[in-house]
Design a protein around this ligand. Structure first.
Ligand code: SAM
Length: 336
């Protein structure tokens, strides 16, 4: 939609150069400008000296940041803004790792072949990265770690409310399938001291998942199990699948869900956490995320009817949908 008063060509120029802004934000996050400006205003040269980078290009970057509203400029110095604060390392609600991931090769190079992905009906990660994104991450552990913590940043809001949204009374084992570092599981374990948790993910994820459980003080109740969800998943009475199904095509989702149903104890439930698509033409983030799934892996976003069809094919049925304060919903299913 064209902003009121903005000529279509001006709006189009914004869209065309949108990726410049992605890389500006990437550089700002990478150079930790938000952290350097947190203690007060600095000149471009002072920031460059702190970071140990070129003063001229740093000042040019900061000028563009000022033009984008990321910083303000007064009396020769640059000042932080609430917008820049969202890129502070480790701060609550920070998007720093997300900013870095989206400008890094795994996502960036895959998006570079997006028109071909639309033509072919499948991602071009093979041509861009030499493999699918998960194999690429296994060969690039630093980028994987950044991706994993970017997923935790995205889970942050939900983590704070999941204990209230999902009643685990009477349950014994929650399995976070494709759980990465367990950011969704930990708050559930804190909310219910009787509950035990298993983060199930690819074996290479173990060191980060174990370290995060230790950091959370939950190592005694939160273990890691390595494997592929296309083979089997550990037994439990609650399965969490957050941002997992949207990575895969329908047949793959049915394999994952069927394995969860087979490992589901009587009376248990599967909770899919995704951002369901609304009616065609509805504004929102889900249609963009849908294309992100096309660009980077073989997945897609789906509406609730589509999730119902996948659940039915897997021997499950939807019993409830819990909205959250984010665009994600909890889709609860039980065995048919
Ligand atoms: C988009 S991430 C979601 C992570 C986490 N659920 C969250 O929302 O923060 C998808 C996860 O699926 C895992 N994964 C990919 N292929 C897998 C497989 N075959 N078996 C188990 N896990 C897999 C990845 O390692 C990654 O942690």
């Amino acid at each position: 939609m064209t902003a009121p008063g903005m000529p279509p060509q001006a709006r189009m120029m914004q869209m065309i150069t949108g990726y410049w802004v992605t890389q500006i934000v990437h550089a700002v996050a990478d150079l930790k400008l938000a952290d350097h400006l947190a203690d007060g205003p600095l000149t471009g040269a002072e920031i460059a000296e702190l970071i140990g980078v070129d003063a001229g290009t740093t000042t040019r970057l900061l000028r563009a940041c000022a033009a984008q509203g990321l910083v303000t400029y007064d009396s020769g110095k640059f000042l932080s803004t609430p917008l820049l604060e969202t890129l502070r390392e480790g701060a609550p609600g920070s998007f720093r790792d997300i900013a870095i991931v989206h400008g890094s090769p795994g996502h960036w190079l895959s998006w570079g072949r997006f028109p071909d992905a639309v033509r072919a009906g499948e991602p071009q990660t093979g041509a861009a990265l030499g493999s699918d994104i998960w194999t690429y991450f296994q060969a690039n552990p630093r980028e994987w770690e950044r991706f994993s913590s970017s997923m935790s940043e995205l889970t942050d809001g939900l983590s704070r409310e999941i204990g209230d949204l999902l009643d685990t009374t009477g349950l014994t084992t929650a399995v976070d399938v494709g759980g990465a570092n367990g950011a969704l599981l930990h708050p559930l374990l804190r909310a219910n001291p009787e509950l035990r948790g298993v983060v199930f993910d690819l074996p290479t994820v173990e060191p980060t998942a174990v370290a995060e459980a230790e950091k959370a003080g939950l190592a005694d109740r939160c273990t890691f199990a390595g494997g592929s969800f296309f083979d089997a998943v550990p037994e439990g009475d609650l399965f969490l699948l957050k941002a997992v199904l949207h990575n895969w095509d329908d047949d793959a989702c049915v394999e994952i869900l069927t394995n969860c149903r087979r490992a589901l104890r009587p009376g248990g439930r599967v909770v899919v956490v995704e951002m369901p698509l609304g009616p065609m033409g509805e504004p929102g983030f889900a249609p963009l995320l849908d294309l992100g799934m096309l660009a980077v892996n073989s997945g897609r976003e789906r509406d609730l009817d589509h999730y119902d069809a996948l659940l039915r094919r897997s021997g499950l049925r939807r019993v409830e949908v819990t909205p959250t304060s984010s665009p994600q919903s909890l889709i609860h299913a039980v065995a048919q």
